[in-house]
Design a binder for this molecule. Structure first.
Ligand code: HXC
Ligand code: NAP
Length: 269
């Protein structure tokens, strides 16, 4: 894949899966902009992306819950790098919690980051997307369509993200902008996976639920993003692409219940 001369913006691109995506675009010669809340993580990522081969890299620290800060950051990226060829929106927060046990503010926090954050990022970037030819990739999760106990907040937020993908593929598709979601399965070594499967037993249960028999890697997800952003995918828009080793086909599996059982037993203890 050759992304030389292309501008790629990755929001939430300073760790885990999203950083893997940014590194893959860097290795393909793109100009990159990354953002997250921590300036330290942004600086560390800028150095890594330069080393990975990016033509140019900038970054900014902001919280996706702050619409004005997001808009200002994106304006700054546009002034430095020009129209956006690719926008990856992947900032998210998660913790396991039963609905009855979590506060309204806890639920709202995840909705504000995952769903409203996506709204802020997409609306902030809209004026700067190349048209025709711009590409949006929203990073979703299996929770969008699979219910897991202890994940009502994430399920609600990510389902909303995917419905935005589908709707904007029509609204913005007429301007030549493609909009897709990528759904990572359980990806090894990531913060999200650590939070949902904190013990070796839980990790093994998860692996057994995956027909391909292994956890995913950040590179698996990055490969899908490179493809979707390339001309090879020029007629693909409005799709929700699972990169999950066929996890979806088995549904929530036993893991969907296990987290609830674990949280209930912690409550009793
Ligand atoms: C219950 C919790 C909680 C927990 C926080 N809260 N953690 N409630 N159980 N474990 C509640 C708090 O008590 C508070 O409510 C409210 O949530 C906000 O908490 P804060 O700590 O003030 O929020 P904030 O500092 O903004 O941090 C947001 C965060 C944090 C989501 C809580 O964990 C974070 O920054 N996460 C980013 C990294 C991350 O989560 N990465 C994984 C992404 S994976 P009260 O009522 O007390 O005020 C993912 C999907 C993965 O998204 C899918 C895997 C398959
Ligand atoms: P991660 O390492 O915690 O990545 C989250 C990124 O978002 C970080 O760069 C974080 O940096 C940033 N971020 C978090 N809250 C933010 C906020 N309020 N404003 C701005 N930036 C914020 O998690 P991950 O596990 O790799 O997950 C990445 C994406 O993949 C998420 O969208 C997640 O839902 C999705 N996903 C993950 C898995 C998995 O197995 N891990 C599975 C399915 C889907 P700061 O802390 O500096 O803000």
């Amino acid at each position: 894949m050759d992304f030389a001369g292309k501008t790629v913006v990755v929001i939430g691109g300073t760790s885990g899966i999203n950083r893997g995506i940014a590194e893959a675009f860097a290795a393909s010669g793109a100009k990159l902009a990354v953002a997250s809340r921590s300036q330290e993580k942004v600086d560390d990522t800028i150095a890594a992306l330069k080393a990975a081969g990016a033509a140019e890299v900038i970054g900014a620290a902001f919280d996706v819950r702050d619409a004005e800060a997001v808009a200002a950051g994106l304006q700054q990226f546009h002034a430095a790098l020009g129209d956006f060829d690719v926008l990856v929106s992947g900032a998210a927060g998660n913790f396991p919690a039963l609905m009855a046990e979590m506060s309204v503010n806890a639920f709202r926090t995840v909705v504000e980051i995952d769903l409203m954050g996506t709204v802020h990022v997409l609306k902030g970037a809209y004026p700067y997307l190349k048209r025709p030819g711009g590409n949006i990739i929203n990073i979703s999760a299996p929770q969008s369509y699979l219910p897991y106990e202890g994940q009502a907040h994430v399920c609600a937020a990510k389902a909303g993200v995917d419905q935005i993908t589908r709707t904007l593929s029509m609204e913005w598709g007429v301007e030549g902008i493609r909009v897709n979601s990528v759904v990572p399965g359980f990806i090894e070594g990531t913060e999200g996976a650590k939070r949902l499967a904190p013990t070796p037993d839980a990790g093994e249960q998860l692996r057994r639920d995956v027909p391909l028999g292994r956890w995913g890697t950040p590179q698996d997800v990055a490969n899908a993003c490179l493809f979707l952003a390339s001309d090879m995918a020029s007629y693909i828009s409005g799709t929700v692409l699972a990169v999950d080793g066929a996890l979806y086909q088995r549904g929530s599996g036993q893991f969907g219940q296990m987290m609830g059982q674990m949280l209930r037993s912690m409550k009793k203890g």
